[in-house]
Write a protein that binds this ligand. Sequence first.
Ligand code: HAM
Length: 403
Amino acid sequence: MISSLRGMNDILSEDYERFTHFISVATKIAQRYGFHFIETPLLEETALFKRSVGEFSDIVGKEMYQFIDKGNNDVCLRPEGTAGVVRAFVQKKLDRAGGVHRFFYHGAMFRYERPQKGRLRQFHQFGIESFGEASVYEDASMIMMASDILNELGIGYRLQLNSLGCSECMPPYKENLVDFVTKHKDEICEDCTRRIATNPIRVLDCKAEKCQDIYKEAPKLLNSLCSSCESDFATLKDILKQNEIDFEIDTNLVRGLDYYSKTAFEFVSDNIGSQSAIAGGGRYDRLVEFLDGRPTPAVGFAMGIERLMELIVMPEVKKEGYYIGAMDDEAQDLVVKIAQKKRKSDIVILEYKTKNLKNHLKAADKANVKYCAVIGSDEIKNGTIWVKNLEDKTENAILRDSF
Ligand code: HAM
């Protein structure tokens, strides 16, 4: 038997119901906030992710499904959705159009990580990207939208918040941090030693306990913000408080992608084990320019659908639609015709085999439909169809023309 690849799951049956329920709730809420659907390719030039997610990030450095295609192009399966949406935004020249452009998307992402519970190599994200709005009120809206989606799905969360500063306050902070970490270079792990030269702020979210103990004393970016970043962060916290969104400040929240500045946030769940991040995002005001567009402020987030599927409280499944079958061979062609007509407005499960009433009712029950409709020789004669409502158990012979 050929099985699916490690870390790549099928989504079917009950999982599929959770998946589609999530997509419909998230889509409805994104549309309420004025977002429009965008679809970008699964395969992109590798350079896109190197320039956006960052050459020295774990995602680009270790986790890409990268290969040379038959035309000798260096391509990879997208590890995340933001870079592709920014590329599309610039390619369509929307950066020159002015105004605000708001998109949502969902689809498969690929990261060659070590699979474990909640960590897959092919997983699905629901993502939101907003371009052209520099106001921190947009950051607050993103967070409120994610919170609305989680609330509607019955999912509890903790929201972690940080500011990563801007091109004015981040570089001097980085220098201070590098000085601090260099003083401890004999005590920190190998990964952190490498990060000093490549991406120093990533040391802050190192998972090694020993490193974390050392970094407790490290300079805090929140104490080094310039006045504009400080005032935006204060406004953001105020808006969230006014709208009753609880949050925790996490000065070590730096996110695993290099494109962020100012607001960074993560929603975590305490109910799904160690891979607890269920959504993450932030502001990325420089990325459009990095990808050759006109400078355009932007902010967004993405949710991990498989992680959320474990947490969704599903609404009670309502019985709906019809099961239609024949009790005599002579009724067989007629039930097909009736089913085709009914399918213009309803779900219809059509049974091809002729059965007695008891067996049709059993099969209809299994199909979880609301009505069981059957035709036998009597019904053919009388121009009727026999219908049982499987919820309230009422039975009726209905004229076929009015069915
Ligand atoms: P991210 O934090 O890398 O952000 O991913 C977002 C979410 O995807 C995570 O919070 C998690 O729920 C899910 N996720 C990530 N990796 C895996 C995995 N290996 N298996 C299962 N689920 C996973 C981004 O991707 C950014 N593009 C978000 C963003 C949009 N920022 C601005 N706009």
